[in-house]
Design a protein around this ligand. Structure first.
Ligand SMILES: [Zn+2]
Ligand SMILES: [Zn+2]
Length: 267
């Protein structure tokens, strides 16, 4: 049996919230702020989608013009709610090995309160479009099946490790959420070697690991799985909670479950 490790994490901040500006979330930024205040949070961190060079049938990220509006509105809200809650303006940057220069330049241009690193879109060999690894849409599920889940996950972990090394990230988002809607697929200890390499890169970069509560409705536990949390704690990597809210009422969702979960898991 594993010796218990201390698993402390402040649950007063929701570190991963989207806005309508990413084109697949709904609700005004102010509604998210009000929802966070109602939930008794001391901080809300907007972490909006940045992608580069992705060919996909819909746009699920912000353009630079969208980011301009996001910052203008975010700063107004920081002033308006100064006495009630801390509002942080960050980015969830989806890595692209072919577009690192563009991503680095765009990140450099602004002052982010937090830079989350993730990898959502994988280029398909010999095709012009990308595969969305975190989608529940049937066409992605079938395409993933056709390519082979193991091959995709190997690519996912090695590319994410490269992302951590290349980007100026401060937190690694939903580590094992890739293929989360693929029937019968679970990221288990088969991938431990790659996960360890990834976490060692996170440690070298002084980054945190996100505990993402959007996992609860899908699989009853957050992302990442307990064996990964344990590896992170062994390396003394700080943990940060996030809801990945795409609608205002989801801010701080399942933080109550997370509190219990952290008390009871044998990490
Ligand atoms: Zn999203
Ligand atoms: Zn997100």
């Amino acid at each position: 049996m594993n010796t218990p490790l201390p698993c402390k994490m402040s649950l007063h901040s929701d570190g991963h919230v989207h806005t309508k500006y990413c084109h697949h979330a709904s609700g005004e930024m102010e509604s998210y702020v009000l929802s966070a205040i109602a939930a008794g949070l001391k901080e809300i961190v907007f972490l909006e989608h940045m992608e580069a060079g992705v060919h996909y049938f819909e746009t699920t990220w912000l353009t630079e013009d969208d980011f301009d509006i996001y910052f203008t509105e975010g700063k107004q809200l920081q002033g308006k709610y100064r006495d009630k809650i801390r509002i942080s303006l960050g980015v969830e940057v989806g890595y692209s090995p072919t577009h690192k220069k563009e991503l680095l330049e765009r990140l450099e241009k602004r002052k982010w309160d937090r830079i989350g690193v993730s990898y959502h879109f994988m280029p398909l060999p010999e095709k012009k479009h990308h595969l969305n690894l975190v989608s529940r849409k049937e066409k992605n599920i079938f395409a993933i099946e056709a390519m082979g889940c193991e091959q995709i996950l190997n690519n996912y972990f090695s590319t994410l490790t490269e992302a951590v090394e290349v980007l100026p990230g401060t937190v690694l988002c939903h580590l094992d959420a890739a293929l989360r809607f693929q029937p019968g697929i679970e990221i288990d200890k088969h991938y431990l070697g790659q996960i360890r390499k990834l976490l060692q890169a996170v440690k070298r970069k002084d980054m945190a690991l996100e505990i993402n509560t959007s996992g609860f409705p899908i699989r009853n536990v957050p992302f990442p799985a307990p064996f990964i949390i344990r590896e992170a704690l062994e390396l003394k990597i700080p943990l940060l909670p996030g809801s990945d809210a795409h609608k205002p009422e989801d801010v701080g969702r399942n933080f109550d479950l997370l509190q219990n979960y952290l008390k009871n898991i044998d990490v």
